[in-house]
Design a protein around this ligand. Structure first.
Ligand code: SAM
Length: 214
């Protein structure tokens, strides 16, 4: 990768981080969709492999259905399918990102929806929910976790990466609020890792929570 390619990849990422509204974010990803995977692979994008690894540690192959929140172009779908999960459902803010995911013919369903707003799935439905690279600066708000918990089955898992902007106090408050009200409990967490090791350092973590019985 040349220096100018590297600058281009990083500036696309930064443009997405600076989105002020989910509509602006969605447009930014629509414009990026055609080159997203090449750019992210060139920066050594680690979230999908990390989120999948943490899911596989706790959920037997075959558990279904799985919701992939912020599915993007479907990198997670490819990994989840390769690891033996079926009935993978996805949603994303960007229709053009999902067009690439749809073309992979892995997802049972893909719809445009926004974390931070109500989701159109029933309560207590999914065996697990994943979100790779979605809870980060300028992307999904932590309040989006409430709807992800609602649609997860009691005993089901939520496995998601958190970007630097949320690590520490912001997420601790959110997590404790859900834990102290008997909604979820922490099962596992990765060590911090760099999600773009071939570009700028973005130190992130993956968390695994289990939804408690009502
Ligand atoms: C860095 S990409 C990650 C895509 C995919 N999960 C992956 O790991 O390759 C972030 C994705 O999250 C989506 N996204 C960001 N904020 C969102 C929100 N509030 N609601 C729904 N999707 C969102 C974007 O449209 C984009 O496709």
């Amino acid at each position: 990768m040349t220096k100018s390619d590297d600058d281009g990849n990083v500036s696309q990422l930064h443009r997405a981080y600076q989105a002020k509204t989910v509509e602006a974010l969605s447009e930014s990803y629509d414009r990026w969709a055609g080159e997203y995977e090449t750019h992210m692979k060139n920066v050594g994008y680690a979230h999908p492999a990390m989120v999948t690894s943490m899911l596989v540690r706790h959920l037997p192959a075959g558990a279904r259905p799985i919701l992939d929140a912020g599915a993007g172009t479907g990198i997670m779908g490819e990994l989840l399918s390769a690891m033996g999960y079926a009935e993978i459902i996805g949603f994303d803010a960007s229709n053009d990102m999902m067009a690439a995911a749809r073309a992979k013919k892995i997802y049972a369903d893909l719809k445009q929806m926004f974390l931070g707003r109500p989701l159109s799935y029933p309560d207590d439905h999914f065996a697990a929910v994943t979100a790779s690279g979605v809870f980060t600066e300028g992307h999904a708000p932590l309040s989006g976790l409430d709807e992800l918990v609602r649609v997860t089955r009691p005993g089901g898992l939520l496995v998601f990466s958190l970007g630097p902007v949320y690590l520490g106090e912001a997420f601790e408050k959110k997590s404790e609020a859900l834990e102290s009200t008997g909604i979820w409990h922490l099962v596992d967490a990765s060590k911090p890792y760099n999600s773009t090791p071939l570009a700028d350092a973005l130190i992130c973590q993956v968390f695994v929570y289990r939804k408690d019985d009502a």
